[in-house]
Write a protein that binds this ligand. Structure first.
Ligand SMILES: Cc1ncc(COP(=O)(O)O)c(C=O)c1O
Length: 366
């Protein structure tokens, strides 16, 4: 027997998450100048971190010998002021991904099941598998959530149901009305997780999911500083739920899970409305520009509502490789059972132009 044979079989069954390729790796592999590469692979904010967050990070440097505030109290105060919930309604994570893992620790095991849509954010499936839960994947409608079918798919063992809105990677969106009728069908002993990583930059009116938290339902809303605020590298996100749920979800949390620099930056970022608006304007231009190109090139796409877009290219793996050779990193979608598609993130105006120029060349050889 080797050590591998003794591995937890649920963990062993997991295919590790494949993040977007870093610029340095691609530059090394293909002999390209890193400064000429556009990374449009991870739905980041091409404007960089919020300027207010940067200022706060500089100011925080001198305190980095001190452990962070384990309870993230100052950040929770700021969130409380911003979202109008008492501070005991928040949990802060090392990215919202970490909160997904806390949910796994709490509610996913051999006797439970988890419901999510096909083509939804893959971490839900990873968590369910890793913790040994049954993963009930509900077929999508036009690559989006079929909320009626998802409600029907709930079994007596189901403890968690994920709604990713807007959905990464497909970019589909569910409306407030759809969510309201869905919520009427979800039993009380199921935790509904609304993953709203793109809420602040969404071009559609976000459904008011926080009202369910106010009503005392078993709902958790997840948000992140990685997208609208440009702080993906710091790893900080948060969840909003009633205190009873926050207490449960907080049990597996390590004492200093959210670092002090990230907490300082996040507090300042929440003040930076101008930066979020600037980001939204940039993404809107990106959406218009790339849609125009897709229309001209007869490429099928899902109309974007945030900072990324799914495009049907035929051979997604080849398209990804060819774009990469031309210094544009995108995301192939085979891991999401969408081998004909790639996902691009919107970049700066120059990066979007580079993407389109590279795409024009690549289309000739696909
Ligand atoms: C839908 C969704 N949820 C969660 C995350 C994780 O974000 P974070 O950087 O806060 O861990 C992402 C990141 O891409 C996402 O797209």
């Amino acid at each position: 027997m080797s050590l591998k044979d003794y591995m937890n079989p649920d963990v062993a069954s997991v295919v590790a998450y494949q993040p977007g390729k870093p610029i340095t790796d691609v530059a090394r592999e293909l002999g390209l100048d890193p400064d000429t590469i556009a990374k449009l692979a991870s739905n980041e904010n091409p404007l960089g971190p919020s300027p207010k967050a940067k200022k706060a990070m500089r100011a925080a440097i001198n305190d980095m010998h001190i452990y962070p505030d384990g309870g993230a109290l100052a950040l929770k105060d700021k969130l409380s002021e911003t979202l109008d919930f008492p501070t005991d309604h928040f949990i802060v994570g090392n990215g919202s991904n970490e909160i997904l893992e806390f949910i796994g620790h709490c509610f996913m095991h051999q006797e439970t099941s988890v419901v999510a849509s096909a083509h939804a954010f893959i971490v839900y499936k990873l968590m369910a598998k890793m913790f040994g839960s049954e993963f009930i994947e509900v077929p999508s409608i036009e690559l989006g959530h079929d909320l009626k079918a998802m409600a029907k798919a709930i079994k007596p063992t189901t403890r968690v149901i994920f709604v990713c809105n807007p959905n990464n990677p497909t970019g589909t969106f569910v409306s407030g009305q759809q969510i309201d009728s869905f919520m009427k069908k979800v039993p009380e002993d199921v935790l509904v997780v609304f993953d709203e990583a793109y809420a602040e930059i969404c071009t559609r009116k976000m459904p008011d999911t926080l009202k369910y938290v106010r009503e005392g339902r078993n709902v958790m809303v997840l948000r992140t500083f990685s997208k609208a605020y440009g702080l993906a590298g710091l790893r900080i996100g948060y969840g909003i739920a009633k205190p009873e749920i926050i207490e449960m979800i907080g049990k597996p949390r390590q004492p200093f899970n959210a670092n002090a620099m990230a907490q300082a930056a996040a507090i300042a970022a929440l003040e930076d409305k101008a930066f979020v608006n600037k980001s939204k304007r940039l993404f809107k231009r990106g959406i218009e520009h790339v849609i125009e190109f897709c229309e001209e090139s007869n490429l099928e796409y899902i109309k974007p509502v945030a900072n990324f877009m799914l495009i049907k290219v035929g051979d997604g793996a080849k398209c990804f490789e060819e774009l990469q050779k031309r210094g544009v990193i995108t995301r192939p979608m085979a891991g999401y059972q969408l081998p004909d598609w790639i996902r691009i993130s919107f970049g700066t105006d120059e990066e979007n132009e580079k993407l389109i120029e590279a795409f024009k060349e690549v289309l000739k050889c696909l």
